[in-house]
Write a protein that binds this ligand. Structure first.
Ligand SMILES: Cc1ncc(COP(=O)(O)O)c(C=O)c1O
Length: 392
């Protein structure tokens, strides 16, 4: 029995089988290179679905988290800790937003944003202005409320009754936004629909929607769970769209591998949630925040422009590969459009055989490499990807 088979057989017996998995057990890694339980090497173009911003086991991140770990691992948000405030200060100063609520994952961050939007409207206008518009084909999480917010019918099954008060408009359809705006407290959008297939939302629509929302006092919530923390070549993707959201949510890459998420509130929303309105036991965990502060310090202008450059490098190389009809996305959030009836899942399977870890997003092969991937790692991974495409 291989080491993998031993790991898999116990897992099969004891771990709830609620998600599909690849037949690989990863045991260690450094930057964008990792190893499975039987010693095979892979280049990682997934970052654990956009989480490991600085790759595997980054020295600075390990130092920051372990230094905090050996002092105080947790105390709850009933008490103050230094890393939580330090991280919040960095986030506010770098985004222009005013206050931060820390949570543990993307869905939970979006729940916080939704609660804030509804309370903002309730406080100002009374009951009945609680509807939230989101985009068709969006993805906002897997809690009952964030499933409701997700604009894909496939997610609206089994778990009835879903939370009321969500309606969907087509990305790009400004008239639909206008037509559906009665009783609406917020518009919640991803700027690049990640799970929906790496689809950037039209900047003109975003600009017009932001303007309309401001005029009508409809809050603009930008879900940056996948696009945030340097992924698209700027600290947050909204910065490239030239808008000023009222609420921004972040998760995945902010913790660099530890569970952490943030809801960033702007001027209108910074004081809406009052003591007792919202909290979470692990929120602002000092170890996760210390690691995140290290990530934020590393993501300076020079680092971010390198992310954009690497993204261009990926695009240029991938466009020349077999069965590729296009490349979507921004920075290191990359969606490969496949031609000739090639299936993304088959490319991912072949990728594993050839030593590269890849993701899918609908019909596309999706890449979310660590932001620190070296050109040597990128070249190695791209060679394996090219082989996988050729064999599919
Ligand atoms: C845009 C977006 N929002 C929310 C989520 C949910 O995040 P989490 O899985 O951390 O709850 C995801 C996860 O893929 C996402 O891509």
């Amino acid at each position: 029995m291989s080491n993998f088979e031993k790991i898999q057989s116990r897992d099969k017996e004891y771990v709830a089988n609620t998600y599909g998995r690849f037949p690989v057990a990863i045991v260690s890694g450094k930057n964008a290179t990792c190893y499975d339980a039987d010693g095979k090497e892979y280049i990682d173009f997934t970052s654990g679905i956009g989480v490991n911003s600085l790759g595997f086991c980054d020295d600075g991140w390990i130092k920051a988290t372990t230094a905090q770990l050996s002092k105080l691992q947790h105390i709850s948000n009933l008490y103050y800790t230094e890393p939580c405030g330090e991280l919040a200060e960095i986030l506010c100063k770098r985004t222009g937003l005013k206050k931060v609520f820390f949570a543990n994952g993307g869905a939970e961050a979006n729940e916080g944003a939704i609660k804030c939007a509804r309370k903002y409207s309730f406080d100002k206008y009374g009951p009945g202005r609680s509807k939230i518009l989101t985009l068709k084909n969006s993805f906002h999480g897997r809690t009952v409320t964030t499933l409701s917010a997700t604009g894909q019918d496939v997610f609206h099954n089994y778990f009835f009754p879903f939370t009321e008060g969500f309606e969907f408009i087509e990305a790009g359809d400004i008239e639909a936004l206008r037509a559906k705006s009665a009783g609406v407290c917020a518009l919640m959008i991803e700027l690049i629909q990640g799970e929906g297939g790496v689809l950037p939302v039209d900047p003109k629509f975003v600009e017009e929607a932001a303007k309309f929302c401001r005029e009508k006092d409809i809050l603009l919530i930008v879900d940056e769970v996948q696009t945030g923390i340097g992924r698209t070549g700027s600290l947050f993707c909204f910065m490239q769209y030239g808008i000023e959201p009222d609420i921004v949510t972040a998760a995945k890459g902010i913790g660099g591998g530890l569970p952490l998420a943030a809801v960033l509130f702007g001027e209108k929303t910074e004081s809406v949630l009052k003591p007792g309105d919202h909290a979470t036991t692990f929120g602002g965990n000092p170890v996760a925040c210390a690691g995140a502060a290290e990530i934020m310090k590393r993501l300076d202008g020079e680092f971010l422009s390198k992310v954009a450059e690497k993204g261009e490098y990926f695009r240029e190389k991938i466009l020349k590969m077999p069965h590729v009809s296009g490349v979507a996305g921004m920075g290191l959030m990359i969606g490969i459009e496949l031609a000739d009836g090639i299936k993304a899942a088959d490319v991912v399977k072949k990728g594993i055989e050839n030593g590269v870890l890849l993701l899918t997003a609908k019909s596309k092969v999706r890449l979310l490499p660590p932001l620190t991937a070296t050109y040597a790692e990128i070249d190695k991974g791209l060679a394996a990807l090219e082989e996988a495409l050729a064999e599919s």
